[in-house]
Design a binder for this molecule. Structure first.
Ligand code: ATP
Ligand code: MG
Length: 569
């Protein structure tokens, strides 16, 4: 490829909406362009990276015996009604009608479709296990598309679905996919961690997310400093904290002027924070949910959603609070009508004594509130968000927090879809059994973006060799010097013949301009050819990642030497 021919329009100014490195750099270096909100066109450089990631995925999936198929993007409403998700999927699903008025969606995922395909043809235990996958555009009308390819509305996903005879089979399929994912992300050159995950709306239990560790990640993970425990903070389970026994004192209503936060209240009442309770109010399809945790703890929204059994929650509007007889800043469980409000109390709060909390009236709190005696929760559950320093649920050592980008997820679905959709087979005894399923997704575009997040510096991207759009850039540095330009051309041809993916910067530009672009695009290796190359008989090779410069004799097998260098990048 010649730079004069390459379609990679660079930008001097990056749109301000591009907040993170991958979004900025992919736009600046001419890898992609925004088509509309949350939708991008992949230009040639990005598409080369995508194809390489896909090739790695295909190889590792095929190695595990998974077979590639391609299902339609547009799916009929009926199959989603059959599984019960047509309603449940909500606003994230893009819905449309054909000319006959039949309803469809643009696939956000394909459990329904693949289950329909398989159930019509698979009858016997002899046809199982089966693992089918595809690599295809998915559509999700995300509430907040952002960060470029990280959270877009049209994105490329590898989605795989396993069908087994029983749970033991699923266990095996799941482990195979877990291992395949580990290989895929390792080969892509990513620093990642598989973590225990919340299984979310997709259903089932037993799931891992593959998290690329990066500051810009949207997900928060906790990991143990001593053992290999790691979990999505949304999922991380916490044990009940017990509190020492205390005599229950009589409850009292006290004035607390201008005390809106826990810190204010505790300071004003001189109450220790572990005798205080924090309230968070959500609204949901089941109405108002008031959540209570210890004053120094945080509420985990996902745990609340799972506890109450709602599809999503939002912060409650003040009018809704007023209607329920309370007010922001002074919410408490005492006197709340459980017929009007859902009261969710963290398990550790139930152990506490003589608590201070809001009195549901502006400027007032209660002190010496005792759970059981003074209020009755609708649900008692673990609804706390794990914090840095909390004990690891496996070994008790202090946990640490990090941010991560979820590039893939593996789920055990068990018989959620096969039961709802009647996907059964006949076992050895001729008895009808539901197929036991798993599903496995990888965000291909997000993986590319995550690679940039982890591999960049002030000058641009630094591609891991395995997924770099090209391996080597040859830079003729003196456009007026015909002899060295001819040499550069010869080297370019030699490298190409040796099977390297090579680009020559044949523009009539100053070396500085060429070097800048080379760094921005992030070619793993850069070869400089100038008059000096001919006099010394040596090629100057610069490694993008380390900045290290290596001289290779022109009369040596420099192509093999470059290949060798790429192996370690
Ligand atoms: P998230 O929690 O980030 O929304 P998810 O749990 O909804 O992800 P899955 O349904 O498991 O995602 O999809 C499989 C993979 O597809 C994810 O691991 C992620 O890499 C990718 N993915 C999901 N949503 C998007 C999106 N809006 N844009 C780009 N990639 C996405
Ligand atoms: Mg999502």
């Amino acid at each position: 490829m010649r730079v004069t021919k390459m379609y990679a329009p660079t930008l001097r100014e990056v749109p301000s909406e591009a907040e993170i490195a991958s979004h900025q750099l992919l736009l600046r270096a001419g890898f992609m362009r925004k088509s509309t909100n949350g939708m991008y066109t992949y230009l040639p450089l990005a598409w080369r990276v995508i194809k390489k990631i896909e090739a790695i995925i295909r190889e590792e999936m095929d190695n595990k015996g998974a077979q590639e198929i391609m299902m339609p993007i547009m799916q009929p409403a009926e199959i989603w009604q059959e599984s019960g998700r047509w309603g449940a999927y909500g606003a994230e699903m893009i819905r449309l009608k054909d000319r006959h008025g039949h309803e469809y969606c643009l696939g956000p995922t394909h459990e329904e479709m693949v289950t329909t395909v398989v159930k019509n043809d698979v009858r016997s235990y002899r046809q199982l296990p089966l693992n089918l996958y595809q690599i295809q555009d998915k559509f999700r009308d995300e509430r907040r598309p952002r960060f470029g390819l990280m959270r877009s509305r049209d994105f490329i996903m590898k989605d795989a679905y396993s069908f087994d005879r029983d749970e033991a089979g699923l266990e095996e399929s799941y482990q195979e996919m877990y291992d395949a994912y580990t290989k895929i992300f390792t080969r892509c050159g990513l620093n990642f961690r598989p973590v225990e995950a919340d299984s979310g709306a997709i259903g089932g239990s037993g799931s891992h997310e593959f998290m690329v560790l990066a500051e810009s990640g949207e997900a928060e993970i906790v990991y143990c400093s001593a053992c290999d425990y790691a979990a999505d903070v949304e999922k991380a389970e916490l044990h009940t904290i017990s509190a020492p026994e205390e005599a229950e004192l009589p409850m009292e209503k006290v004035v607390t002027p201008d005390c809106k936060t826990i810190a204010d209240v505790c300071a004003y009442l001189q109450a220790p924070v572990d005798h205080s309770m924090k309230a968070v109010a959500f609204q949901s399809e089941k109405g108002l949910i008031l959540c209570f945790v210890r004053g120094d703890h945080e509420v985990n929204e996902i745990k609340v959603i799972n506890t109450v059994g709602v599809s999503e929650v939002e912060m409650a509007e003040p009018e809704l609070l007023a209607k329920a007889g309370t007010v922001g800043g002074y919410m408490g469980p005492v006197g709340m009508d459980p017929k009007k409000v859902i009261i969710v109390v963290d398990q550790s709060v139930m152990q506490m004594h003589n608590i201070c909390c809001g009195a549901n009236e502006e400027g007032y709190h209660y002190i010496n509130v005792n759970p059981g005696r003074d209020f009755t929760p609708t649900y008692v559950a673990d609804i706390r968000l794990m914090a840095e320093g909390d004990p690891c649920p496996h070994c008790g050592a202090a946990v640490k927090k990090a941010r991560g980008i979820e590039v893939g997820q593996v789920f055990k679905l068990f018989t959620k879809y096969s039961q709802a959709m009647h996907a059964t087979y006949l076992d050895e005894n001729g008895k009808e059994q539901p197929m036991v399923m798993g599903c496995y997704g990888i965000g291909v575009g997000r993986t590319m973006a995550a690679a940039v997040e982890q591999n960049n510096d002030k000058d641009g991207m630094i591609w891991p060799a395995a997924i770099a759009p090209y391996h080597v850039l040859v830079v003729p540095v003196n456009v007026k010097d015909e002899a060295s330009n001819a040499k550069a051309e010869e080297i370019y041809q030699t490298l190409q013949k040796a099977g390297l993916e090579v680009v020559i910067d044949d523009r009539k530009e100053r070396p500085g301009v060429k070097f800048k672009d080379a760094d921005l695009i992030g070619y793993p290796l850069r070869v400089v050819v100038g008059p000096k190359t001919l006099t010394t008989g040596e090629l100057e090779v610069k490694v993008r990642r380390t900045g290290e410069v290596k001289m290779l004799p022109l009369d040596s097998d420099y192509a093999s030497a470059l290949k060798e260098m790429l192996h370690s990048l």
